[in-house]
Ligand binder design. Structure first.
Ligand code: HPA
Length: 252
């Protein structure tokens, strides 16, 4: 079963499912962000979890990423597409652009970022050279092309701690490090999926130019781009639906 983890702007994704049911799952790591919504699209079973809670009440640094990933795995999820809005560092990634990122740099701190801890755990190092699943990325890129939706097929995603936005100097530093996009939730979500052996890929929607760039030169205004974000999230839904259709006999 495929799961979608939805961020800002995608909390209503499951409204399009058939035969919907919701399940709240407890885990050894505490409670996930909310109930998992199960349903069908094109006859395929899907799961959906709103990363910030259904009322958008959980900030990035307080999300229980371990409980979210554990609950999805426990529910039978075997692949995850993570959707999140981002700031753009690269001039060509304009607000509204859709990106399937290929790399991550992690600047977060103090988050519970592994299942491998505690007295009974042996020391475990996992490979994370390619943080996103190659096949799942390829399926998303192909689905975007098939749906006629322009999407960049690469991008380096920097994960900052939040909840505040970055300073202009911090964005310059991230660019120097090789980052193209900046968001607050990509890690430890991606690495926890890898620890559980769940193929994981992301779709990012550019909500704004990052601090100090483009029309954010003197500050970031989210209100101005709300309309763009809604339009792009509708395109994200189309890409995911196209990917699911490509897997099934459903033409509609
Ligand atoms: N910075 C960090 N996270 C974000 C941004 C940003 O500019 N925009 C959307 N999420």
């Amino acid at each position: 079963m495929l799961a979608i983890i939805g961020g800002s702007g995608l909390a209503q994704f499951a409204a399009h499912f058939d035969n919907v049911r919701r399940e709240l799952r407890r885990t050894p790591y505490g409670e996930p962000s909310g109930p998992i919504t199960f349903g069908e699209l094109c006859g395929q079973q899907l799961a959906f979890l709103a990363r910030h809670g259904y009322g958008h009440t959980i900030p990035p640094h307080e999300i229980n990423y371990r409980a979210n990933l554990w609950a999805l795995r426990d529910a039978g999820v075997r692949a995850i597409v993570a959707v999140a809005s981002v700031g753009s560092i690269r001039a060509d990634l304009v607000p509204g652009a859709i990106v399937i990122p290929h790399q991550i740099i992690d600047y977060t701190w103090g988050r519970k970022s592994t299942f491998h801890e505690g007295q009974d755990c042996t020391v475990t190092h996992i490979d994370f050279t390619e943080p996103y699943d190659r096949k799942l990325r390829a399926r998303l890129i192909a689905a975007a092309a098939a749906a006629g939706i322009p999407a960049s097929d690469n991008g380096v995603y920097a994960t900052t701690q939040g909840p505040r936005l970055e300073t202009a100097a911090e964005i310059n530093r991230l660019e120097g490090d090789g980052a193209d996009l900046v968001g607050m939730t990509g890690m430890p979500e991606a690495v926890l999926a890898r620890e559980l052996d769940i193929p994981y890929a992301a779709i990012n929607v550019v909500a704004n130019y990052a601090a100090g760039r483009g029309d954010s030169a003197e500050g970031i205004s989210f209100d101005a781009i709300q309309g763009i974000l809604e339009q792009s999230m509708a395109q994200v839904r189309t890409i995911i639906e196209q990917m699911i259709r490509a897997d099934s006999a459903c033409a509609g």
